[in-house]
Write a protein that binds this ligand. Structure first.
Ligand code: FMN
Length: 193
């Protein structure tokens, strides 16, 4: 089991709503492994009511896991780097939308601001991807980020090759291990599942 004692972990959630419950379980697993959690939510994650539930159903348990409240705006995310609030930052789930922003240096929301601010200190960013266009429009952004310093990926694969041939989803159960490995500069292997 991963040991995350001493790790102040930014845990950012984007709008892949079918994975919100699994992401919460991954956050709980990181806390059980010893991490001190700083949850961060995208504007869409915090506001969209979807068939997978109301935002409060996810925001309240996240806030309860937090050591210092919930970050939900660009202004609240900005001090992460300057005030040295995080040792590692995981984006779980990471949408195709966020992949495009990170690959292209776009910082127009809470989660890209959190990543940018955290990266100022050259610390690891771990992406737990879930996107239907992983092998289509998002493929080049994934390729770009795989080749960037400080970025690590939770092992991922195709979740339904017959019905969703371009869809990629990470193995959420491996989030704590991927974070622990990234803290030592190692990309957990095998990357492809
Ligand atoms: C019910 C629902 C499920 C969605 N699931 C996904 C998903 O699994 N992956 C993804 O990349 N986008 C998904 N989206 C689209 C994103 O929510 C949308 O691109 C949004 O702009 C993402 O914003 P964010 O990255 O700032 O959270 C979904 C949208 C809805 C309404």
């Amino acid at each position: 089991m991963a040991d995350l004692h001493g790790c102040r972990l930014g845990f950012a959630l984007c709008g892949s709503f079918c994975n919100a419950a699994r992401a919460l379980q991954a956050a709980e697993a990181c806390v059980r492994a010893g991490a001190e959690l700083l949850p961060i939510v995208s504007e869409h994650f915090a506001e969209f009511r979807t068939r997978f539930g109301a935002p409060e159903a996810f925001l309240e348990p996240l806030a309860a896991m937090s050591s210092g409240g919930l970050i939900r705006s660009v202004q609240e995310a900005e001090p992460i780097g300057p005030k040295n609030l995080t040792d590692a930052l995981v984006v779980c789930p990471c949408t195709g939308n966020l992949l495009g922003k990170l690959a292209n240096g776009i910082t127009d929301g809470t989660v890209p601001m959190a990543v940018k601010s955290h990266l100022r200190g050259g610390k690891p960013v771990i992406l737990c991807i879930s996107t239907n266009d992983g092998l289509a429009a998002s493929a080049r952004n994934i390729g770009d980020l795989l080749n960037r310093r400080h970025y690590y990926f939770v092992p991922f694969g195709q979740d339904d090759p017959q019905r969703k041939p371009a869809s990629l989803v990470a193995d959420y159960a491996r989030v704590p291990d991927t974070v622990a490995a990234a803290m030592t500069g190692y990309q957990l292997q095998p990357l492809l599942i």
